[in-house]
Design a protein around this ligand. Structure first.
Ligand code: NAP
Length: 276
């Protein structure tokens, strides 16, 4: 019997991670012989832990909070997606022994919106809440869908303005504070803040969701997040959480490692039932 290839996710905290269940379901779905574990790794021991992992025969790693920027610095080579995001969530052992860093978060979001929920981005007015690592990772793939405009609103206004400036060669994009949103409306509002994790809502004006507009929270949990509930109360056409993004970004990492694509829609449905 062949020895399973070995993969892991590093992060801190990591006990809540659904990645081991997701990759186990992917492996069953595609008949791959592999193992995938979650390991508590903080920033202080990140570089040594990655070196140990690959020296022991590990084939690929996911990196989550607070390690994505460290993984970006660690990788010997970077994909164009990782270069844009300045953050890495997937490390891949290459045939020459070097480590390639990629970022599959933005791909995961756009795939979930377009493929799983039929939410088009082309010619749409899109509001991104938050200007942290998650926002940085999703802007380029969103701009590739040719929206009418993208507005980034953040509590710390300077970060939103700086982020918008960085991507302005890709299309119409501006940064602002939450107060500047009064009187505007959007076809899609993406909550890329971490506010939901502490049960808080970014301060948004009423009537900000356009007719048939949708809300999407990158955060997720066993219950609908406070932002998902807010979207429903505001009569959004759809108000969704980020579980689908999580599965789609994982599927892209799995494809980079294994060269096969799992059936994500059936796995998202299964995860909702089995690991709510
Ligand atoms: P981060 O780099 O720490 O950035 C956090 C952002 O949230 C900042 O813009 C911060 O504003 C803002 N924020 C925090 N608390 C807030 C509050 N109470 N009101 C308004 N804004 C607030 O975190 P991140 O890596 O970008 O992650 C953001 C979220 O995305 C997390 O919940 C994470 O779980 C989720 N995520 C999901 C997936 C997925 O696959 N579904 C993938 C990646 C990330 P300031 O700049 O003013 O501090």
């Amino acid at each position: 019997m062949s020895i399973p290839d070995f993969y892991a996710v590093f992060g801190q905290p990591i006990h809540h991670s659904k990645s081991p269940q997701i990759h186990q379901l992917f492996a069953q779905n595609t008949q791959q012989i592999m193992e995938y574990q979650a390991q508590e790794v903080g920033a202080d021991i990140f570089a040594k832990s990655v070196v140990d992992f690959f020296e022991k025969g590990g084939k690929g790693l996911n990196c989550t909070l607070p390690l994505k920027e460290l993984a970006f610095k660690f990788a010997s080579n970077l994909s164009p997606r990782a270069q844009c995001a300045k953050a890495v969530n997937t490390l891949i052992l290459q045939k020459n022994g070097q480590i390639l860093g990629d970022n599959t978060d933005g791909y995961g979001l756009v795939t979930d919106l377009l493929k799983n929920h039929g939410i088009a981005l082309k010619h749409k007015r899109i509001l991104i809440l938050g200007a942290g690592g998650a926002s940085r990772g999703i802007i380029h793939p969103i701009m590739q869908q040719i929206p009418e405009k993208v507005v980034i609103a953040n509590r710390t206004i300077e970060k939103a303005i700086a982020l918008a400036l960085e991507f302005k060669k890709l299309g119409t994009i501006e940064g602002c504070g939450f107060d500047d949103l009064k009187g505007q409306s959007f076809d899609l509002i993406l909550n890329a803040t971490s506010a939901s994790l502490s049960g808080k809502l970014p301060p948004l004006p009423n009537n900000i969701i356009a007719e048939k507009g949708c809300c999407y929270d990158l955060s997720y949990g066993s219950e609908p997040t406070i932002f998902v509930r807010w979207g429903l109360e505001q009569n959004a056409h759809k108000s969704l959480d980020g579980l689908g993004m999580l599965v789609e970004q994982a599927a892209e990492a799995f494809y980079l490692w294994r060269g096969v694509r799992p059936n994500t829609q059936s796995i998202i449905a299964l995860l909702k039932q089995k690991y709510p």
